[in-house]
Design a binder for this molecule. Structure first.
Ligand SMILES: CC(C)(COP(=O)(O)OP(=O)(O)OC[C@H]1O[C@@H](n2cnc3c(N)ncnc32)[C@H](O)[C@@H]1OP(=O)(O)O)[C@@H](O)C(=O)NCCC(=O)NCCS
Length: 245
């Protein structure tokens, strides 16, 4: 890890979390683990509002849009390789891109069907009229301006307008920057999930707190039935923060 990234971690996550992250890296040859809070938001009742001071435009792209240009644009923004972007579009995922004064500054992915892996062979169960928001990213120079809240609001209102009723998301309990959004929106946690992959002997520990893991995840291979839904009915009070490109 370079010094700049270390400083950023220390500043925004604090020394205790940095120590836990370091211990996890040291133990990686033996065991690696994640702990996520899982959130579900009923967007048919209320769409979360953005809280950026600047005017941020959010546009949503689907796999049938100009793929090659999009792949290049998205990978030029951050850490994602064009091949990974292609894999996500091949699964049918959508992407929301945030623009500040016409400049793309961040994105959020949207999975519409079961098949998205949380980690270690554990997959989201996505039911009819549900979508998972994942893989949010904001360019480092534009962080702390509430752009994540604009992406979130734009995605929720776009989905609400298309008849979706619930969005789902997972946030690592060690990612304080990402945890800021559900805290700000007072989103209720549905469950906490612990996944740990041991090397010797090789096995995966899966544990949930607050609700049964099987109510939201499957793990014996890829789920056979995809509960994909692309509803079309209009729902009132969805806002109009996002544009379809
Ligand atoms: C998580 C992330 C998307 C948040 O985006 P954002 O637009 O900066 O979000 P916000 O402006 O609401 O700021 C969120 C938190 O970042 C921290 N923050 C504030 N200013 C910051 C800055 N200049 N640089 C970095 N982090 C900052 C604060 O903890 C803030 O929370 P607070 O407002 O409650 O104090 C962004 O930090 C990011 O891309 N991180 C790397 C990728 C990642 O971890 N993605 C989440 C995985 S799903």
């Amino acid at each position: 890890m370079d010094l700049g990234r270390f400083r950023e971690l220390l500043r925004w996550r604090g020394p205790w979390i940095v120590v836990v992250l370091a211990v996890r890296e040291i133990l990686k040859p033996l065991v690696y683990w994640h702990v996520w809070d899982i959130f579900g938001t009923d967007i048919s009742q209320r769409v979360p509002q953005p809280y950026a001071k600047d005017e941020v435009k959010v546009k949503i792209y689907a796999p049938d849009d100009s793929l090659v240009i999009l792949q290049e644009q998205i990978s030029s923004l951050g850490e994602l390789e064009a091949a990974e972007v292609g894999r996500r579009f091949a699964r049918g995922d959508w992407i929301a891109i945030a623009f500040l004064k016409e400049q793309p500054v961040g994105y959020m992915w949207i999975a519409l069907s079961s098949g998205l892996e949380l980690a270690f062979g554990t997959y989201w169960i996505v039911r009819s009229r549900e979508a998972v928001k994942y893989g949010s990213f904001v360019l480092p120079a534009f962080r702390g301006l509430g752009i994540h809240s604009c992406l979130n609001s734009g995605v929720c209102s776009y989905l609400c307008e298309r008849g979706f009723i619930r969005t789902l998301s997972s946030v690592s309990i060690l990612n304080t920057q990402s945890m800021s959004l559900p805290k700000h929106n007072k989103t209720t946690r549905a469950m906490t999930v612990l996944l740990a992959k041991f090397r010797f002997p090789s096995f995966t520990l899966r544990k949930s707190f607050g609700a049964p893991l099987s109510s939201r995840f499957s793990w014996s291979g890829l789920p056979s039935s995809s509960a994909e839904s692309r509803g079309t009915s209009q729902t009132p009070d969805c806002g109009s923060a996002a544009l379809r490109e």
